[in-house]
Design a protein around this ligand. Structure first.
Ligand SMILES: Cc1cc2nc3c(=O)[nH]c(=O)nc-3n(C[C@H](O)[C@H](O)[C@H](O)COP(=O)(O)OP(=O)(O)OC[C@H]3O[C@@H](n4cnc5c(N)ncnc54)[C@H](O)[C@@H]3O)c2cc1C
Length: 446
């Protein structure tokens, strides 16, 4: 069947295997020895081609809980369990996932393989910081337990390793205590890039922070934005909410999203909120996952899909680099419907994890051929400022750019050569970025 990531670009015709447990997965890997290589796949919420190959191993049926230790705040579950399913059982008991991305519909396996970050990276780091241990089934069919202290290199290659070391079967996760299911939000407007960077730094102690930017603003308004800060409330209300959602039923004609409609939306949204709306208490779902209320919102970009471009630049050069990127985008009139800026904290030791101490910007662009030269130009700007690109969003970066941005790729490949010398696990992205063990990188490419 035809599959794609959240951006709906690119697509591939794939055979899908759906093992139900470790035994059926190891049998599958034995048979697969004579077949095409495969890539593990969770909920398919990565944007590009990291979970795409001609053969995928879906974690759809690896979806059971093993243990929830309510006293210690620890959960053991299979890798296909979603963050949504965990929060449904943990929040009423006063426990929260310490790191959540912008959608709760991702699997635990996908969150580990991309080493996802949230709105609190500047204080708490990545998802893997709270992973106590994982069980990974290697290409040989052997399951290896690894953690921050045991089989460290396999752990560091698997967290952020985009499914290329093996299939994560199970994980033990640490949770954080909460007293409420609600978040106290403060919204602060910023007239331009200088102001938003100052606000981020002044509020660096805030547990959560994220800014929405008007990417078409120019000149003295470049970078005008709204900063949303958040803290866990303490009102002892741990109730889940009845989720209200709507769905985009079919692909909207792609031409509806153009620089004019995006401009109207962006400036309208900013003007509506520019006085800031002070303090407000929101249910955690509304603060962390506002887009989850619109199912299939990715269809709004039309049949050809869209690309999300996310990069991070170290603090010292972040303002300069981000303003160059925004100017380039604004001059080319390529509107981004959603442009999100976050502050990040210390880099961890995982070989391919994305975050580093700096600022990350994510922009969404409707796919069109003329977009690609612009993104190549943005790559040059980001590299010139010592930045890097998020693999979970990537669908088009070239090998040279990747290897310059991720100097630890060779350490990653050392582990991969040990655990998967024959490239049994590979994705379209891995081949494009040269993350292949086989000489010439094309031994198995069909
Ligand atoms: C609306 C939206 C908002 C987002 N916001 C954020 C954000 O704020 N921060 C952030 O960091 N990310 C964010 N993301 C990206 C998302 O969190 C990651 O792409 C995540 O990896 C998706 O998980 P998944 O289960 O859908 O995995 P998939 O997309 O299916 O796979 C992603 C990668 O994980 C690997 N993988 C999946 N399951 C396994 C497994 N069991 N074993 C080994 N490897 C596996 C795949 O091979 C692939 O390389 C967002 C995505 C969306 C759609």
């Amino acid at each position: 069947m035809e599959i794609h990531g959240w951006g709906r670009y690119p697509t591939v015709n794939a055979d899908i295997d759906e093992p139900v447990d470790a035994l059926s997965l190891s049998q599958l890997l034995q048979v697969q020895d004579q077949q095409q290589p495969a890539i593990p796949r969770g909920a398919g919420r990565s944007y590009g081609d990291s979970a795409l190959a001609e053969r995928v191993i879906s974690s759809r049926f690896l979806d059971h809980f093993v243990k929830f230790d309510d006293a210690a705040g620890e959960i053991v579950c299979a890798s296909g369990v979603t963050l949504e399913q965990i929060l449904q059982i943990s929040v009423p008991k006063g426990w929260f996932l310490p790191v959540v991305p912008g959608t709760r519909f991702v699997t635990v396996g996908g969150a580990i393989a991309s080493d996802v970050h949230g709105k609190n990276h500047h204080l708490d780091g990545c998802f893997s910081e709270f992973v106590k241990s994982i069980g990974v089934m290697l290409a040989s069919g052997e399951t290896v337990q690894c953690s921050h202290t045991r089989q460290k290199n396999l752990f560091r290659a698997t967290c952020g390793g985009m499914g290329l070391t093996g299939v994560i079967l199970q994980a033990t996760l640490k949770l954080s205590r909460i007293e409420s299911a609600f978040i106290k939000q403060t919204a602060l407007p910023a007239a331009n890039l200088d102001e938003i960077f100052t606000l981020f730094e002044e509020n660096a102690h805030s547990k959560y922070s994220v800014a929405w930017l008007d990417c078409l603003a120019k000149g003295k308004n470049l970078g005008r934005s709204l900063l949303y800060l958040g803290e866990h409330a303490t009102d002892n209300n741990l109730e889940l909410q009845d989720s209200f959602s709507v769905s985009v039923p079919f692909h909207s004609p792609g031409f509806l999203l153009n620089k004019y409609s995006i401009g109207v939306f962006n400036s309208g949204y900013f003007n509506l909120n520019k006085r800031g709306n002070g303090d407000k208490q929101l249910h955690y779902e509304n603060y962390f996952f506002p887009l989850d209320r619109i199912h299939h919102w990715n269809r709004l970009y039309g049949r050809k899909g869209f690309l999300q471009y996310q990069f991070v630049i170290p603090t010292e050069t972040a303002k300069e680099g981000i303003s160059s990127v925004l100017r380039e985008v604004s001059n080319k009139g390529k509107g981004s419907f959603l442009t999100v800026l976050k502050k990040m904290g210390q880099q961890n030791k995982n070989f391919l994890s994305f975050p580093l101490d700096g600022y990350t910007l994510a922009l969404d662009f409707k796919y069109e051929q003329s977009l690609l030269p612009l993104l190549d130009r943005l790559d040059e700007i980001v590299l010139a400022h010592d930045g890097k690109f998020y693999l979970a969003k990537d669908a088009r970066m070239n090998e040279q750019t990747f290897k310059q941005a991720y100097p630890e790729w060779e350490k990653f490949m050392k582990v991969r050569n040990q655990v998967d010398p024959d490239d049994r696990f590979t994705s379209l992205q891995a081949r494009r970025l040269g993350l292949v063990s086989a000489p010439n990188g094309d031994r198995h490419v069909q």
